[in-house]
Design a protein around this ligand. Sequence first.
Ligand code: BES
Ligand code: ZN
Ligand code: ZN
Length: 504
Amino acid sequence: MTTLTLSSADATTLTADVLVIGTAPAGGRRKGAVLVGPAASFKAASKRRLEESLTALGATGKVGDVVTVPGTGISTAPIVLAVGLGSGPYDDETLRRAAGTALRSLAGHRRAAVALPVETPGALTAVAEGALLGAYSYDEYKVTSKSSHKSGVDRITVAVADSKDAATVAASAHAKAVASGVNLARDLVNAPSQDLTPVDFARVATEVSDGLPIEIEILDEKALTEGGYGGILGVGRGSVNPPRLVRLAYRPDGATQHLSLVGKGITFDTGGISIKPSMSMHEMKGDMGGAAAALGTIVTAAKLGLAINITSYLCLAENMPSGSAQKPGDVLRTYGGTTVEVLDTDAEGRLVLADGLVRAQEDKPDILIDIATLTGAAVVALGIRTTGIMANDDDLRTAIHVAGNRAGENTWPMPQPEELRANFDSLVADLTNIGLVGRSHGGMLSASIFLKEFVKPGQSWAHLDIAGPSYNSLSAWAYTPRGGTGVAVRTLTALAEDLIARQA
Ligand code: BES
Ligand code: ZN
Ligand code: ZN
């Protein structure tokens, strides 16, 4: 885990391998980059030399620009890295991305000092969060020097005006809590399914909530059978690794509102008997990204001491084909009694969520949100950086979208067309698990219509399809690495904070 500390010392005197500074386009008729933020007040001679050498090396100061120069005669750090911030204004996401870009490009170094514009607590939170997210690397299985892998920076010092100021300290603590929640979710998504079975996931949930005011309850296969959780059991039946339902409850003193999160936790999705093609199947180790977000969010909220009750349900199962696996045409009895004819065993997420959603409503939450890597159709519709929001409550849909914008995560509202419901009529059971039109014709919306059958009238509910943004199979960018992204932790944490603020 990367550590982050604050320092009010002159940034050029900080002990580090690299000093990070910010640049902007020079503007007017001048070419190149000028220094901004704390670097703009470096000694005149240092500032002039840095601007000249950066410009000579082709620095533009535009967003995404990264240029390094020797720190000789300028800083204690032997290297100065200049990251472009663009011409401003510097909103939180610009700062978060710039800090992320800088720290990500510093992988392989151990210590970084960061001197970026952090005049307000909000700006400091953004820079610290971006830095911690950008410094992330998944090193668990990197053993020998055979790979070209470089570990992320492990010590970050951020230069601030007054490192003892209460608002400054709180701003950095906030960033640390959020970044550790996101990085936890990333680790879970990146973990190979051989080492992250439902049992392993439940153990991690126990470990990370240890020492926090979170109560945990784990239903094993016996308890699931006794409780009648047919969705989770049906999906998990084909695997030698038994399923689990984990319930985490955070109940801070004085909180009145209650937010419930239900995460899809398929630790590997082969598709089951309706098996998937092998191309990119390995990415299905990340089919538990929703459960990872539900866990990451409750842990973050508890660390921050947010004054809102949160319950997280992790619906954990491994979807495998085998002699004991459920078969197309089989009928499940989900928690609460609704029967489902499984026409496609690859539409398994909605089966485990059906159990989770019904169970979650017994707690009578004010707001119910499920988070799931649910459909390939979501990736077709919204690409790989945008979460689809489907809700039965206009205010909640908007609140999630607004929280996502504040947190720096893209979301977009999607409809729940009523006419899709008839597609789920079954010859033998209450419902089928795939619409007549199968994977096509608005598959993301269709999945949400299925889930809606398990939500009681009057229950405020939203469904987040994170199939696209949960896993980055392309290149790293800003503070987003390849592989697991930890998406939705930041949006859901921001939503919880907005709910508290709205009530106050
Ligand atoms: N886990 C997949 C969805 C998915 C696809 C997530 C790509 C991330 C990236 C899900 O269980 C699934 O297979 N859904 C099917 C549903 C279909 C059978 C109705 C799909 O999207 O093809
Ligand atoms: Zn599937
Ligand atoms: Zn799946």
